[in-house]
Design a protein around this ligand. Sequence first.
Ligand SMILES: Cc1cc2nc3c(=O)[nH]c(=O)nc-3n(C[C@H](O)[C@H](O)[C@H](O)COP(=O)(O)OP(=O)(O)OC[C@H]3O[C@@H](n4cnc5c(N)ncnc54)[C@H](O)[C@@H]3O)c2cc1C
Length: 435
Amino acid sequence: MNAAINTDSAQRAPSYYTATLNDSTVYPTLKGTQEVDVAIIGGGFTGVATAVELAERGLKVAIVETHRIGWGASGRNGGQVTGSLSGDEAMRTQMRQRLGNEVDDFIWHLRWRGHQIIEQRVARYAIDCDLKHGHLHAAMKSSHMNELKAAYAEAERRGMGDQVQLLDRAAMATHLQSPLYLGALKNLRNLHLHPLNLCLGEARAAQSLGALIFEHSEVLEIVHGARPAVVTRHGRINARQVMLAGDVYHKLEKRQLKGKIFPAMGGIVTTAPLGELAAQINPQDLAVYDCRFVLDYYRLTADKRLLFGGGANYSGRDSRDIEAELRPCIERTFPALKGVPIEFKWSCAMGIVVNRIPQLGKLSDNVWYCQGYSGHGIATSHIMGEIMAEALTGTLEKFDTFAGCKHIKVPMGDVLGNPLLAAGMWYYQMLEKLR
Ligand SMILES: Cc1cc2nc3c(=O)[nH]c(=O)nc-3n(C[C@H](O)[C@H](O)[C@H](O)COP(=O)(O)OP(=O)(O)OC[C@H]3O[C@@H](n4cnc5c(N)ncnc54)[C@H](O)[C@@H]3O)c2cc1C
């Protein structure tokens, strides 16, 4: 745990996480030419987790990052590691053709694989990231409760009954001091953590296994061919294979990737430390997210602040007054926190895919990409890191299952993508009212 506020964070996007990071290593800028097996573009969870997997398999890897490791969504998210895979229903439909009746088992195991990878990695490399167990998936109306009952029944049927519990309104009162909820599904397999410290810890693990890491090194071009390369302003890395893991932040390979993924801005605030109030409002220190399509999510930090995120801005522009939007949500959720000081606020883009299925694919024989977790990326990026590492070392089964999924590519995606997403979210908010 590192609750002390760190001031050595000037070059990072400001947030509670930046102020409490516990590894201030600055990796060098790429200069000159390097030779590796795999060059990875992007130092978020997708790039870093894949690098660890490949380095553990003995490959020489390089990560090349425009800003700092964990600068993107990976270092600025809600820190909730849930089993709710984005796009699971669409996956079920699309993958049934390839997997037949095994599709349900495939998705169920995938749902929890990221948790296993993260827990094992944290233990193996002694990563200090405030890792804790326990979530409440909270219901605000009876239709939500019905969905939670179905999820509970599936968990029981699958042998996970000892880790889940259905809470009614009375039981909720002993878990959260909030008037909002009818009940919840309590899940002790789910995790919450300090995502920036996890990402930095994994980068350090990759480096300890021989990976090269470069910060402040934007990849300007991918050179395709028998020996592909990534090119930055001051350097070049020749590789046997290249993987693009820039999610919604990269502008590379537009001919093939434009119109496939769109930014949605998410805002998060963090209160001042709550002291004894923390145990009063959330005595079991659980992470909470509600059942709405556009949801609120929150948890306590190691130093007992409330870290609260909510809504999403599908215009693709970062124009919101985050505190003005989220303070009423906090006070509605916890009346005891009326007037609580907000000490940190930030926002960040997440990559949204129309059908919500993560996008894995190849841009040429030895250039791969992996992106688009639609707001559910901590576990998913680690699952995809494993699948991509398998693929890059010759085991293509799971990669092909994802790469075979069809995705909508919005024509004139730069212009139409976000208005279409905004319209889609409006539609879902209408559906929520009818739910
Ligand atoms: C506000 C918010 C809250 C969220 N909350 C949760 C949550 O609680 N739980 C959850 O599971 N998920 C959550 N997510 C989603 C999750 O954070 C993301 O899905 C995940 O971190 C994506 O990881 P990534 O590595 O693919 O992308 P990123 O972390 O965005 O990393 C991409 C990196 O690529 C770099 N890059 C781009 N182009 C180039 C280039 N040309 N050269 C070099 N580098 C480049 C970028 O600088 C960036 O650092 C949230 C997201 C947001 C925005």
